[in-house]
Design a protein around this ligand. Structure first.
Ligand SMILES: [Zn+2]
Length: 121
């Protein structure tokens, strides 16, 4: 991936981290957090959000699948062919991580006969 694009992601991360810091400390350094449990809850909440963002953005850098598809439908076994990735369907997938649920987009193939959506290897 291009360095400028990574710089953009880094800037967004830093901005999110800054916001996380403010949600922890507020303007007065306390932000209404008194007990240890409150501090722990807030610290985990804001860092879990950062962790989920990092995972989703990292997954988004993966190649979105093969540029052309030649596969057999797992349901009806018929052939499914795409000339280019642009013809593929984009599916939003959910994934449960240790820090909560993340969503990411993935290129999928749709069988023209039975409409089954699947992810070619
Ligand atoms: Zn099919």
């Amino acid at each position: 991936m291009a360095a400028e694009s990574l710089d953009g992601k880094r800037a967004e991360f830093v901005s999110r981290a800054r916001e996380a810091f403010d949600r922890m400390f507020g303007a007065d350094g306390q932000n209404g957090l008194v007990t240890f449990a409150q501090r722990e809850d807030r610290a985990c909440e804001v860092t879990d959000e950062l962790a989920r963002w990092l995972m989703a953005e990292h997954i988004a850098l993966d190649p979105s699948g093969p540029s052309s598809v030649e596969a057999d439908c797992p349901l009806c076994s018929g052939p499914v062919r795409y000339e280019s990735a642009a013809q593929a369907q984009v599916e939003v997938r959910e994934f449960q991580t240790r820090r909560g649920k993340i969503e990411y987009r993935r290129a999928a193939a749709r069988c023209p006969r039975c409409r089954k959506i699947f992810f070619p290897a």
